[in-house]
Design a protein around this ligand. Structure first.
Ligand code: GDP
Ligand code: MG
Length: 439
């Protein structure tokens, strides 16, 4: 999707002047890109129509850089489509109750465990897990294993109990243990099924969860949106967890779910491990889709493994564009420890291009290794001050690290681009560690 959109944007940028016909042409590309990504037809139609109207208005045609202006509008509309502001979870209950619902295999159990970890780490809460899927014995074991792994207490359900009873007693037990957030992991079916829906409605009535999170598998595309609608109708869900976004999902579900169901995506699953959960930020997701990379998420990830002081020092470096290759390598090595490398690479602007350039490196570890090797072949002076890397130095670095000069060029170029963008995003008077995207 990003590639297609990027080529559409080139069209806009290439135009000195924009008029109705070249706007129309550029938007046609945007529309095709979205349809190809499996975005709901009606959503695409409304989306491009809104952009067209805004583009034909004063704000674009009267501006000095109409192409940029169009891209800004597309970005704004995309953020709106994805839900606008980041949506928080309702954790007011005592204990707060979060009910996970969705089809079988969508990722409910995995996401329940990921959320338990998330609440404990980022909100300093005491989570409690309740397995309420009594139809598959292995489902209870699965959650118990995850609970042990995370050191989170799990209610001792057994398959002879009634799911509504399990949830009610589970919440009671959580309260007794002094836990303040309970995750109810409910059963799923392969298809929407009335008996199950009734059971879920009964659990809802008995437990009054503050959050009912519909867990959707992004890989099933449009279908996820249809299923979300059905669950929403019956249960009035409060949000969506979109899982398996690390796979080759085309992104259509993410873009359609909010406008079709009216319910926001709150979290995304980015892998099978318990760490692979991210809070969904519409503005960041939009820039990721539009091919700008997602530096802020990367920084947040890094922050979870470094101490506050170190994080602030790096933040300042970003701001002053002093972030250099040495810092980059340090961060990269650190991130390597965090889990899915592929996920991290996707967050870096321009890295996709590098990946294609480097050819058949299907193992991302290898790719990190290559970048690491290139940086390691630089002198400390070059790492600190990439501007001095001229043609002959590039040749030496390439030879030293066993790559082509082109690869070195690409890395230096991508790095410069990234640095500029970081400066732009971190600068402009934002302080603290959660700067906002420019509007
Ligand atoms: P449930 O039936 O809804 O409880 O689904 P599970 O939590 O058991 O997950 C089904 C499968 O999907 C498991 O193999 C999980 O490891 C996998 N899974 C869940 N979330 C993600 C994700 O975000 N990314 C990937 N790649 N796999 C996931
Ligand atoms: Mg399950």
């Amino acid at each position: 999707l990003s590639d297609r959109l990027e080529s559409a944007f080139k069209k806009f940028k290439g135009q000195g002047r924009l008029d109705e016909s070249n706007i129309q042409e550029g938007l046609r590309e945007v529309r095709l890109a979205l349809l190809e990504a499996d975005v709901n037809f009606k959503v695409v139609k409304d989306f491009t129509e809104r952009i067209r109207e805004r583009c034909l208005g004063q704000e674009v045609l009267g501006s000095l850089t109409p192409g940029q202006q169009v891209i800004k509008i597309v970005n704004e509309e995309m953020v709106g489509l994805l839900g606008g502001e980041t949506q928080d979870v309702d954790l007011r209950g005592k204990p707060a109750v979060v009910m996970m619902v969705g089809l079988q295999g969508s990722g409910k159990t995995t996401s329940a465990a990921k959320l338990a970890l998330h609440f404990r780490r980022l909100r300093k809460m005491k989570p409690y897990l309740v397995p309420a899927d009594v139809y598959r014995p292995a489902a209870i074991d699965q959650l118990q294993t995850l609970g042990r792994q995370l050191d989170v207490p799990v209610f001792a359900s057994d398959t002879s109990m009634d799911p509504v009873e399990i949830c009610r007693k589970g919440i009671e037990a959580a309260r007794e243990e002094g836990c303040n957030v309970v995750l109810l992991d409910t059963a799923g079916r392969l298809h929407i099924d009335e008996t199950l829906m009734d059971e879920l409605a009964n659990i809802k009535a008995a437990c009054a969860p503050g959050e009912i999170l519909f867990v959707a598998d992004a890989m099933i595309g449009q279908e996820a949106v249809t299923v979300a609608e059905a669950f929403n109708e019956k249960l009035d869900i409060s949000g969506v967890v979109l899982t398996k976004m690390d796979g080759d999902a085309r992104g259509g579900a993410a873009l359609s779910i909010k406008s079709v169901t009216g319910k926001p995506i709150k979290f995304v699953g980015m892998g099978e491990k318990v760490n692979d959960l991210e809070v969904f930020h519409p503005d960041r997701a939009a820039s990721r889709i539009l091919g700008m990379g997602d530096i802020l998420t990367l920084i947040e990830k890094a922050q979870t493994t470094m101490d506050q002081e170190e994080a602030e020092a790096i933040g300042k470096k970003f701001q002053r564009a002093e972030f250099d290759f040495e810092d980059f390598r340090t961060q990269m090595r650190r991130l390597k420890k965090l889990g899915s490398l592929e996920g991290i690479l996707k967050l870096l602007p321009g890295m996709k291009g590098l990946k294609e350039k480097l050819g058949n490196l299907s193992v991302p570890d290898k790719e990190m290794g290559r970048i690491d090797a290139i940086i390691s072949s630089m002198t400390m002076e070059e790492r600190r001050n990439p501007a001095i890397i001229n043609a002959s130095r590039k040749e030496r670095i390439a030879r030293g690290s066993g790559v082509s000069v082109n690869d070195v060029n690409q890395l230096v170029k991508n790095f410069e681009q990234m640095r500029k963008m970081m400066k732009r995003m971190m600068g402009g008077g934002t302080k603290g560690k959660t700067p906002r995207m420019p509007r």
